[in-house]
Design a protein around this ligand. Structure first.
Ligand code: SF4
Length: 287
C-alpha cells in the first residue's frame, strides 16, 4: 500500500476496477484508440463508471497546451486534430449503447478556434449515427477565440454546456495558472446568453486550501452568470507531480454544500467526495 493510499480517509477508499462490464468498456475504448479523461486524469470513479458502461471521452489528443497543477494530463505540443476521431466516437457510442455522451478536451491554445470545430464535428457525426444521443460538452475556456468558438458550436448544440472554474480565484496562481477566473465565468455567461435552452454547468474541487467563504462566493458568482448545474468534489492528487491535498473534506460537509448550493439557486447539484464534472452526468436529478 502506498503512502498516499494509507493516508486516505475511509470514505475515499474504493475497490479496484473489475467485472464484465468494466472489461467491455475498457476493450471498446482501447480497441478504437479513444482517449478518456477517466484514464488520463486517473479518475477514482473509473471502476464504477466503466462498470456502468459509461466513459467520458477526451478529444483532440491527450497532450494539453497548459500545465494546471491539479491535473495529470501531459503538457506539450499536441498533434493536429484527428479527422477519424468523430467516426471512432460514434462507433464507441453504438458498441456501448451510450445514450448520454460527455465529451471533453485538453486545452488547444495552438488552434485558431481552440478546437471548437472538432467538438462540432464529433457531435455531428455521433448524432448522425445515434440520433437520440444527448450530449454534454465540457470545454476549455477558448481563450482569445471564445466568441468564434461559441458561434461554431451553435451548429451542434449539446444538452449541457459545461466549463469548470475548478477552484476559488485565490488559488488560480498555484492550481490553474494558465486560466483566469473571470474569463471562465464569462465563458459560462456567454454560453448562457447565446444558447437559450442549453443548460450550463461548472465544477469546483475542495481540499486545495480554499476557505468556506471563498467557496460560497464562487457559488454565488456562478449563479450570477446563470449557471444551472454544479458539481462539488474532493480534490485527489492524480500524480506525484500534482498539488498535494490540503484537506479531506467530510461527506457531511459535502452534503451541507449541496443544500447550500440548492439554496443559492442551482437546479442540479452533485456534491460528494467523488463528484466529478461527468460523474452521473446523465441523471435527471442529481443524487
Ligand atoms: S467521473 Fe467522469 S472522468 Fe471519472 S470515471 Fe466517471 S466518467 Fe470518467
Amino acid at each position: 500500500m502506498t503512502e498516499a493510499r494509507r493516508k486516505l480517509p475511509p470514505w475515499l477508499r474504493r475497490p479496484w476496477p473489475a467485472g464484465h462490464s468494466f472489461q467491455h468498456t475498457r476493450e471498446t475504448v482501447e480497441s478504437l484508440g479513444i482517449e478518456t479523461i477517466c484514464t488520463n486524469a486517473n479518475c477514482p470513479n473509473r471502476g464504477e463508471c466503466w462498470g456502468r458502461g459509461t466513459a467520458t471521452v477526451l478529444i483532440l489528443g491527450n497532450v494539453c497546451t497548459r500545465n494546471c497543477k491539479f491535473c495529470s494530463v501531459a503538457t506539450g505540443k499536441p498533434l493536429p486534430p484527428d479527422p477519424t476521431e468523430p467516426a471512432r466516437l460514434a462507433d464507441m457510442a453504438r458498441r456501448m449503447s451510450i445514450r448520454y455522451l460527455v465529451i471533453t478536451s485538453v486545452n488547444r491554445d495552438d488552434l485558431p478556434d481552440g478546437g471548437a470545430s472538432h467538438f462540432r464535428d464529433c457531435i455531428s457525426e455521433v448524432r448522425r449515427q445515434c440520433p437520440s444521443m444527448r450530449f454534454e460538452i465540457l470545454t476549455p475556456d477558448f481563450r482569445g477565440c471564445t466568441e468564434q468558438a461559441l458561434e461554431i458550436l451553435e451548429t451542434a448544440l449539446p444538452f449541457v454546456f459545461a466549463h469548470n472554474v475548478e477552484t476559488v480565484p485565490s488559488l488560480y496562481p498555484v492550481a490553474r495558472s494558465g486560466g483566469n477566473y473571470e474569463y471562465s465565468l464569462n465563458v459560462l455567461r456567454m454560453a448562457r446568453d447565446r444558447y437559450p435552452g442549453v443548460q450550463t454547468k461548472s465544477s469546483i474541487m475542495l481540499g486545495l486550501g480554499e476557505s468556506d467563504a471563498e467557496v460560497e462566493q464562487v457559488l454565488r458568482d456562478l449563479r450570477r452568470v446563470g449557471c444551472d448545474r454544479l458539481t462539488i468534489g474532493q480534490y485527489l492528487r492524480p500524480s506525484k507531480d500534482s498539488l498535494e491535498v490540503v484537506e479531506y473534506v467530510t461527506p457531511e460537509k459535502f452534503a451541507w454544500w449541496k443544500n447550500r448550493a440548492r439554496e443559492i439557486g442551482f437546479a442540479w447539484v452533485l456534491s460528494s467526495p467523488f463528484a466529478r464534472s461527468s460523474y452521473f452526468a446523465e441523471q435527471e436529478d442529481a443524487r
